[in-house]
Design a protein around this ligand. Sequence first.
Ligand SMILES: [Zn+2]
Length: 52
Amino acid sequence: MTCPICGTGFLLDETQAPPFCSVRCKQIDLGRWLDEEIGLPHEGEPDPEMLD
Ligand SMILES: [Zn+2]
């Protein structure tokens, strides 16, 4: 299968962090979600995307 983070092809039996090719890619994905969750609009600037 293909790693959704780096696009590398790998075998599910060989990875330590499915569905990613490596623990590193798993952490990248986790960090990406955390960034979106914690990401706050700049103070004093209303973010139009937050209204959706
Ligand atoms: Zn990867």
